[in-house]
Design a protein around this ligand. Structure first.
Ligand SMILES: Nc1nc2c(ncn2[C@@H]2O[C@H](COP(=O)(O)OP(=O)(O)O)[C@@H](O)[C@H]2O)c(=O)[nH]1
Ligand SMILES: [Mg+2]
Length: 317
């Protein structure tokens, strides 16, 4: 029997970000608690923020805020953390948006089925993120179809099928090497006739052949638009936080095709440099919508700038 109380979402977020927050707390916070705020401490703050991958632009602004704050000698740890959390949140609040396919901008607003396309390089967490979303949606009573448009690898299809079964979602696939766009088109048609609420389309992420991959993604988008010019209604770019600043390069590659409507940052639990979320959110044209802080279904969370920032510096909700 397991009588441990279910963890709240903020606790999951904090646990997921614990490696990053430890880094922040050990370095940044101790700088200010130990010595009065002077130029030297500010320089050290700058170094530590850069080491946390917050990026030069946000780092400059945060250091500037701290300069203006003029902490007295021996500021308390909480004071420093609160100030840092606020400074980080200020970098992110304008970069957050909600993903709610069942809400008024989706099914409740008459867009049914609501089509979501998942893009990103192999290993970024597309399939896992899609699976977590499927489980969440079926849990809310939605009729969900999962489409395995990553048609190149049998293993990829199998992995997705397991998620579909677990979530109780309908699964559409074809054999190896089948035309991904053809599959997506037929599946979307079927979803319309059969009254599905949401269609989740997984795609391949072979970056070895960038132009072929982009052509394939654009072709999928093009055929979906033949059915509804507004489809896909959401295109989520999935980025892995553990690759650090390479995530910025991936954002550039996929973002350039200009159809991304939301960013998902996964594996924040797998890095001590979760600060990389900041430059990625700022570089992307599309807002950040979801974050992954673990492998469990409940470890995919809506992105909340304030909660993220507080967790990042080890503060309570
Ligand atoms: N720790 C952790 N692992 C994750 C997270 N998201 C995905 N993964 C893992 O990352 C690996 C690659 O994910 P996958 O969904 O197959 O990536 P894809 O190639 O983009 O479809 C898998 O082992 C996942 O379990 C996350 O938020 N946290
Ligand atoms: Mg996959």
């Amino acid at each position: 029997m397991n009588d441990t109380p279910k963890k709240g979402w903020f606790q999951r977020l904090s646990d997921g970000l614990s490696r990053s927050s430890k880094q922040m707390t050990d370095q940044v916070v101790s700088t200010f608690v130990k010595e009065p705020l002077g130029e030297e401490a500010l320089e050290r703050l700058e170094e530590h923020l850069l080491e946390s991958d917050l990026g030069p632009a946000a780092t400059d602004r945060i250091v500037e805020r701290f300069r203006e704050l003029r902490f007295g000698k021996g500021a308390s740890e909480i004071e420093v953390k609160e100030a840092l959390a606020e400074a980080v949140a200020a970098e992110l609040v304008h970069r957050q948006a909600t993903f709610d396919p069942l809400g008024t901008e989706g099914v409740a607003g008459g867009i049914k089925p609501f089509v979501v396309l998942f893009v990103g390089v192999n290993g970024s967490g597309k399939t896992t993120t899609l699976g977590k979303i499927a489980a969440d949606l079926t849990g809310k009573g939605a009729k969900v179809m999962i489409v395995a448009a990553d048609t190149f690898r049998a293993a990829a299809r199998e992995q997705l099928k397991v998620w579909a079964e677990r979530a109780g979602a309908h699964f559409e696939s074809r054999k190896d090497g089948a035309d991904a766009a053809g599959l997506a088109f037929d599946a979307y048609q079927k979803a319309r006739t059969e009254g599905f609420d949401v269609v989740l389309i997984d795609t391949a992420g072979r970056l070895q052949n960038k132009s072929a991959l982009m052509d394939e993604l654009l072709k999928i988008v093009r055929v979906l638009k033949k059915i509804d010019p507004d489809a896909p209604h959401e295109t989520l770019l999935v980025l892995d936080a553990t690759v650090g600043r390479n995530a910025l390069e991936q954002e550039r590659i996929f973002g350039r095709t200009a159809f991304v409507t939301g960013v998902v940052m996964t594996k924040l639990d797998g890095t001590a440099r979760g600060g990389v979320l900041v430059p990625v959110a700022q570089a992307s044209d599309a807002p950040l919508k979801l974050i992954g802080v673990g492998e469990g279904v409940e470890d995919l969370q809506p992105f909340d700038a304030r909660a993220f920032s507080r967790s990042l510096v080890g503060l309570e909700d």
